[in-house]
Write a new protein. Structure first.
Ligand SMILES: [Zn+2]
Length: 110
């Protein structure tokens, strides 16, 4: 307290609310160390995702289950619903897509 001058000085009110955690965080940022909370979040994004239909664990990057081909996220379900709507609106769209895929794979059509 003596180093900061009088008790009523602005210096005390500026720094008195800081905790040891605040100081630790500043030091870790200064030395480029990732805080533990951020590491836990990173682990969460890398952890496998479980299929709600068959229970199989899939890599986080997968959109569809490797076991039962179900969509793994609500976003993928919505995208599939949008595609289904487009296919329903254009009856020949699915036929054209199938033809394009077969041509890309060089598979002769029956
Ligand atoms: Zn599945």
């Amino acid at each position: 307290m003596l180093a900061w001058g009088a008790i009523g000085s602005n210096m005390l009110s500026t720094y008195a609310h800081l905790t040891v955690d605040d100081a630790d965080r500043e030091l870790m940022q200064f030395y480029g160390v990732v805080p533990e909370e951020e590491l836990n979040q990173a682990d969460n994004t890398m952890s496998p995702q479980q299929c709600k239909h068959c229970g199989m664990l899939n890599p986080r990057s997968n959109q569809f289950c490797g076991g039962c081909a179900s969509a793994l996220s609500a976003e993928t379900v919505a995208t599939m619903a949008d595609l289904q709507k487009e296919i329903d609106l254009d009856s020949q769209l699915l036929q054209r897509i199938t033809q394009m895929v077969l041509e890309a794979q060089n598979i002769p059509q029956s």
